[in-house]
Design a protein around this ligand. Structure first.
Ligand code: 26Y
Length: 818
């Protein structure tokens, strides 16, 4: 007998096959007798989607019944990558699908490769959101993500003659089976206009008369937890022309122009801004932020009101997390809705806002803090500007009481920045209104307290906390490294580590076991083979599997010092060229792999990419060098490239100048996959050393407390001769393009070398030499590799999310029982 609670769908191979074929015929509309890999992928993902939807419904039905405190996670960016493998693994039906497909003559892995990446984000912050959603679902927390459904995600990077070019990412062109369009869930979002006054029952109210209205339509993206029935949701908003004000504008007679103008509304959610450095004060970006915030807040309030008659319990039922300051207009928006629309008094509304909002900052660079020109805000969001001024007025009064006439302190802390361009400081607004301000690593927290937000820390020390970032082992081991996953489970005697990552420490007991070591090396070899094939396909370069695969993949930034890596490679090349035959035989062969995108307007970063190609051209074609050294630039680095590259690397580099990387999360993915780290003591690496021990990684460079002194000494700290020599080689045109590289070389001249490449160079080379020496001793290397994976437990996003849940959001698990 059919029991409603079981759901409709069965997961035995025959049912799965029927399902896939059904979708080939009726969803993809291809003949069931003839369909290709892509069509099979489409049908397969629709079949998986059905299962996701079932769990999604059950979970939300359950949440509705229980009405727990919910977390709403607001982020302008989510870097999800592919969904198929992750979904079937989390649903626990990967093997069943693989069986079903093989009987149909398809291979699961091949079909999974058909999927494109969802790249609705720039880098670290965006991938962190994706990892955290996986953990929230797995740990059964009642959470929702909110974001924007960009028509074009992060640009595609193509390389022409060694130069980066950007192309639009048409990720929706082939359909997106993972989203559910909710045409009935839509909200009007207002812009521009004026603010008027209205008196009601003797009280003055403000009424915002908008100049433009755009419709936000919801697209739901189910996120399944692992080992649970819970599936949570990321709701992304797309802009559509609004039907409001139709009567007015269609009377002009020019029907066609009116329709075309209306279509412009869609541009709001068209494209993701590809810069992760500094806010440009662009109107469209502000429109995106408010569009997203307004739709999300309307949706959240609507859901709350469905279950509650008044706002008394609002702050006990809702936690709103803002991911960096990008969604911080939500603060002013909640105030506006409560005061102007719900007609609540200021004090009560303020009390609610201060209880529900928390914020995480992801930057250490002052230029990374968003500032919105007052003029822009005044024209686009006139009522919000008034509210922000009111918040600031009250805040300034509080400051006066506390610090008296210390005007320079008032000026530093004010939400409004005076100056040539009067602006709203979104970080200050967020700190004033949020009950918690989180950093993303311990070092980051120290920097927030002592530098970035020092004044605020002096005022409200209790608001400041940190939660060291983490990544999900489901995607970064189980999905991307299935061979390693099997070996770990075999030696631990359980798969429980996939939910309880602390169990990985159990591997420490076997780190020197010859059998485990052998299996560990076999896994690495398999992964290196996959990567070598990929490299050959894209660059034509054949690489030796015996070489050390040395990887640096991340966004290109001066502070991340890809240039240091390239200059180190030039030094290695120069040494090999000048060696005699005997010495050459002792060289440890290396395949150096670099990948990452430069923001389109970031000239120096683009030059670094070009230099990498110029050096690769020379090195890879030099017969003197052969397999001793290869340099590969992997184009269009994204989540699925990371899934391929990370498991196949021996060594990974994290070179940021101390004090510049808030956390860094790539290092954690490498650590989980047993890759050794060559790194500075910056961001989360400091905590990684504590877990793994300094003996098990290769550290170098000036420490955080040394950086200011080295910087102050400026030109008097001479870079070592090797450094001067390699920079000279670039300047002299050894790799061609000397004019083009001139300004790049200028950035590391004595006295101008802000990121300290010169002064860190000698210690960098020492760390590289130590890595070479260790690699020769494969037993030692493998032991360190096993210990890396064993030490990675602290860097799971499950731990991060548990900490947020308890210390910041005050939410409890709500596990769907069937
Ligand atoms: C405002 C706009 C220009 C902007 C857009 C994106 C500003 C910043 C960003 C993204 C920042 C980012 O990805 N930060 C990284 O966050 C990671 C997760 O916390 C950290 O690990 C990493 O150190 C930090 O650079």
């Amino acid at each position: 007998m059919f029991r409603l609670m079981d759901g409709f769908l069965k997961n035995d191979p025959v049912s799965l096959q029927k399902d896939i074929i059904y979708h080939v015929e009726y969803t993809v509309a291809r003949s069931r007798f003839s369909f290709d890999d892509f069509e099979a992928y489409q049908a397969l993902s629709h079949s998986v989607r059905d299962r996701l939807i079932e769990r999604w419904h059950d979970t939300h039905h359950y949440f509705k019944k229980k009405d727990p405190k919910r977390l709403y996670f607001l982020s302008l960016e989510f870097l999800m990558g592919r969904s198929l493998s992750n979904s079937v693994i989390n649903l626990g039906i990967r093997d069943q699908y693989a069986d079903a497909l093989s009987q149909l003559g398809f291979e699961f892995e091949v079909l999974a490769e058909q999927e494109g990446d969802a790249a609705l984000g720039n880098g670290g912050l965006a991938r962190l959101s994706a990892c955290q959603m996986d953990s929230l679902a797995t740990l059964d927390y009642p959470a929702w993500g909110y974001g924007l459904r960009y028509q074009y995600g992060l640009f595609r990077q193509i390389i022409v003659d060694g130069f980066q070019h950007e192309q639009p990412d048409y990720w929706l062109n082939f359909g997106n089976p993972w989203e559910i369009e909710r045409v009935q869930v839509s909200y009007a979002v207002k812009f521009y206009g004026t603010v008027e006054e209205e008196v009601s029952n003797g009280v003055n109210y403000k009424v915002w008369i908008p100049g433009e209205t755009v419709e936000a339509v919801a697209y739901d993206n189910p996120i399944p937890g692992y080992g649970t029935r819970n599936a949570i949701n990321i709701r992304l908003w797309a802009a559509k022309p609004s039907g409001q004000n139709d009567l007015e504008s269609y009377t002009t007679g020019d029907y066609v122009s009116a329709v075309v103008n209306r279509q412009n509304a869609e541009t709001i959610s068209n494209v993701l801004y590809p810069d992760d450095r500094s806010y440009q004060g662009k109107e469209l970006r502000l429109k995106q932020q408010y569009f997203f915030v307004s739709a999300s807040i309307q949706d959240i309030i609507r859901r709350f009101k469905d279950a509650h008659d008044n706002f008394d319990e609002f702050s006990e039922k809702i936690a709103l997390q803002i991911n960096d300051t990008h969604p911080s207009l939500a603060i002013a928006e909640v105030m506006r809705v409560l005061i102007d629309e719900e007609r609540m008094g200021w004090d009560k509304a303020w009390d609610i806002v201060c209880k529900i909002f928390s914020f995480t900052t992801h930057t250490v660079q002052p230029e990374g803090l968003e500032k919105i020109p007052v003029d822009l805000m005044c024209s686009l969001l006139p009522r919000h500007l008034q509210i922000i001024y009111d918040i600031n007025y009250k805040f300034m009064e509080e400051l006066k009481k506390k610090f008296g006439q210390d005007y320079s302190r008032h000026a530093r802390m004010s939400i409004v920045e005076e100056g040539a361009v009067k602006s709203i400081r979104m970080a200050n607004l967020s700190i004033v209104c949020c009950h918690k301000v989180n950093g993303v690593s311990r070092v980051h927290f120290e920097l927030l307290k002592t530098r970035v937000f020092k004044d605020f820390y002096d005022l409200w020390p209790q608001k400041f906390q940190y939660k060291t970032n983490g990544v999900t082992q489901r995607r970064w081991i189980v999905v991307s490294n299935p061979s390693l996953c099997s070996v770990i489970s075999k030696w631990l005697g359980t798969e429980a580590w996939v939910r309880n990552i602390d169990l990985l420490t159990g591997l420490r007991d076997y780190a020197s076991d010859a059998d485990l070591q052998q299996e560990w090396r076999t896994v690495k070899k398999i992964n290196k083979m996959r990567l070598a094939e990929y490299i050959e396909t894209l660059s034509g370069v054949k690489v030796s599997l015996d070489a050390m695969f040395d990887v640096q993949i991340k966004r290109i930034h001066e502070y991340k010092r890809q240039l240091l890596n390239i200059l180190g490679i030039i030094h290695r090349y120069d040494c090999i060229k000048n060696m005699n035959e005997g010495d050459r035989r002792k060289v440890v062969p290396r395949v150096c792999i670099i990948g990452g995108k430069a923001a389109p307007g970031y000239e120096i970063a683009k030059k670094i990419i070009k230099l990498c190609h110029a050096v690769a051209e020379k090195v890879n074609n030099d017969p003197d060098v052969g397999d001793f050294l290869k340099l590969i630039f992997i184009p269009d680095y994204n989540v699925s490239v990371a899934e391929l590259v990370i498991p196949g690397s021996d060594l990974s580099q994290h070179l940021s100048t101390a004090g510049h990387e808030a956390s860094g999360t790539g290092s954690m993915k490498f650590l989980m996959n047993g890759c050794l780290l060559l790194a500075t003591a910056d961001g989360s690496t400091v905590e990684i050393i504590e877990e793994i021990g300094a003996d098990n990684m290769f550290m170098f460079g000036a420490k955080l407390n040394e950086v200011p002194a080295v910087r102050d000494q400026g030109a008097s700290v001479r870079a070592p001769l090797q450094f001067v020599r390699v920079v000279r080689m670039v300047r002299d045109g050894y790799f061609g393009f000397e004019d083009y590289f001139e300004s790049l070389c200028d950035t590391v001249e004595d006295g101008k070398d802000f990121y300290l490449l010169g002064s860190d160079f000698a210690s960098y080379l020492e760390a590289q030499a130590a890595a070479d020496m260790t690699f020769v001793n494969q037993e030692k290397w493998t032991r360190m590799s096993i210990l890396s994976t064993a030490a990675s437990g602290r860097f799971s996003s499950d731990r991060t999310i548990e900490e947020y849940a308890k210390q910041t959001w005050g939410i409890e698990p709500c596990k769907c029982p069937f």
